[in-house]
Ligand binder design. Structure first.
Ligand SMILES: NC(=O)C1=CN([C@@H]2O[C@H](COP(=O)(O)OP(=O)(O)OC[C@H]3O[C@@H](n4cnc5c(N)ncnc54)[C@H](O)[C@@H]3O)[C@@H](O)[C@H]2O)[C@H](O)CC1
Ligand SMILES: [K+]
Length: 226
């Protein structure tokens, strides 16, 4: 609940549309891959700090990236590739009908394991589920500000399989939440930390949704608040 010194959320937050407009403006001078690389650097640094705090190392820690089709999945895949280069064992689980090309390419180049959980392939689904159950850290890149609320299959079942001991880091928002409100009725990710870009979104500030975001880290990637 807001206290006397808490600024109004209208001042603090940016809606999905406001972020999209600001991002479009920024991309007149900075390319999308550069913005995404900055986002991925920040996500990977946060994940590494969490793994060091919990396990004393990154080396050998099992990182699972749940990646949807959009740029949110791209950010998460790029972060997973960076963690793999730093000694973590990254598994990228693709939960959308397509995968972000640059993100997938960087995971492949790094040597991370890639499981496409989308086609109706029971073996892939079982392998994806096992990877999630074994994870030390899960990066939620299922959807970001481009999303409609709720989780679809296979993401829904995979999120339900995340063990309570795993650290969960959400990219931009916990997937499944309604970006611009505090409503949290649809199925969604429950994160320990949310790494968000440019400004917090309303769902990261307004209760009850905010309870699913955990600690919120706001990262400036070069998109100006307007
Ligand atoms: N704001 C910034 O400065 C930057 C943000 N970045 C990241 O980009 C995403 C937004 O990416 P976008 O491609 O526009 O959308 P999403 O990835 O959120 O999702 C689109 C994708 O998801 C499908 N979809 C929609 N709803 C659902 C659902 N409920 N379940 C499953 N799939 C769904 C839809 O069909 C599309 O295919 C932002 O959040 C940041 O992470 C930039 O990387 C850097 C700058
Ligand atoms: K997300």
């Amino acid at each position: 609940m807001a206290g006397p010194n808490t600024p109004s959320t209208a001042i603090l937050t940016m809606t999905a549309q406001q972020v999209r407009d600001a991002e479009r403006e920024a991309m007149r001078t900075v390319s999308e891959p550069v913005l995404m690389a900055r986002a991925a650097d920040a996500i990977a640094a946060e994940c590494e700090a969490l793994l060091l705090e919990r396990h004393g190392r990154t080396q050998g820690c099992r990182v699972v990236v749940l990646a949807g089709s959009g740029n949110n999945g791209g950010d998460a895949l790029l972060a997973g590739a960076r963690l793999h280069y730093r000694g973590a064992a990254t598994t990228a689980v693709l939960v959308g009908p397509t995968a972000h090309a640059m993100g997938r390419g960087e995971c492949e180049a790094a040597g991370a394991l890639i499981i496409d959980a989308q086609p109706d392939a029971p073996l892939n689904r079982a392998a994806a589920r096992q990877a999630v159950e074994d994870a030390d850290l899960v990066i939620d890149g299922i959807v970001g500000v481009g999303a409609k609320p709720g989780l679809r299959e296979p993401a829904d079942a995979l999120v339900a399989a995340i063990p309570s001991r795993a650290i969960v880091v959400a990219v931009d928002i916990p997937s499944g939440l309604e970006v611009d409100s505090g409503v949290s009725t649809a199925s969604h990710v429950r994160a320990h930390v949310t790494v968000t870009f440019t400004a917090p979104k309303p769902c990261l500030i307004e209760e009850p949704a905010a309870a699913s975001a955990g600690r919120v880290v706001v990262v400036q990637v070069g998109v100006l608040r307007r």
